[in-house]
Design a binder for this molecule. Structure first.
Ligand SMILES: Cc1cc2nc3c(=O)[nH]c(=O)nc-3n(C[C@H](O)[C@H](O)[C@H](O)COP(=O)(O)O)c2cc1C
Length: 186
């Protein structure tokens, strides 16, 4: 598959079929991820392939956070149960963390490199016929989410990636053209 076709056809996939994702496919995606550019070769990325219990645990934490906005106790419990179950039912889910360096310059470079690894992984998934949805947010610093993933001290979760065979593929989102955003400096 041509790289430009892969880049333009990739979407954030929100609905997956029940088909299992083979460990070999995940391993291939991770092998592409670790080829990302990386200043000083710190190789700061770490990957966690979450099984059903870990996914459910992460979903429970996320559900509790969403349920804070729900006043009625039964409705709040239903939100938690729904988010937990939807995570348990996912075909596959990864968490990606970065090793946090003491030096702020290295820390920023390592964070950027980890996102490049995530993009490699997303494009590799697409080339394998799989869809990904990358998510970030405050939940990843929640001690409960960190415990569900099993991330140690000294690492920060930067993204979760849900993964599977797409059940539906959304239309491309409208974007500004590159020419409009580019200045050619002489
Ligand atoms: C750094 C980053 C964080 C994201 N976090 C979320 C998220 O928390 N929730 C979500 O639904 N999508 C998240 N996304 C996915 C974007 O919403 C998505 O990429 C965007 O809508 C464009 O759609 P596309 O990926 O299909 O082109 C994130 C994407 C990036 C790059």
């Amino acid at each position: 598959m041509d790289i430009f076709d892969t880049i333009s056809a990739r979407r954030s996939i929100k609905e997956f079929t029940d088909r299992e994702v083979a460990s070999e496919q995940i391993e291939r995606m991770l092998s592409a991820a670790v080829l990302a550019p990386n200043h000083r070769m710190t190789q700061p990325w770490r990957f966690y392939v979450l099984g059903p219990e870990a996914r459910a645990g992460y979903g429970r934490v996320l559900g509790h956070r969403k349920a804070k906005r729900v006043e009625e106790a039964a409705a709040a419990a239903a939100v938690i149960a729904k988010v937990e179950q939807s995570h348990r039912d996912l075909p596959a889910m990864l968490a990606v963390s970065v090793v946090v360096d003491e030096n702020p310059e290295i820390r920023e470079e390592d964070y950027a490199a980890t996102w490049m690894a995530i993009q490699n992984l997303s494009l590799a998934a697409h080339a394998l016929g799989l869809g990904t949805h990358v998510k970030s947010g405050a939940v990843m610093d929640d001690p409960g989410a960190r415990a569900a993933v099993g991330v140690p001290e000294g690492e920060r979760i930067v993204a979760t990636i849900t993964l599977g065979e797409p059940a539906s593929v959304p239309e491309a989102k409208p974007r500004r053209g590159a020419a409009e955003l580019t200045t050619w400096v002489s």
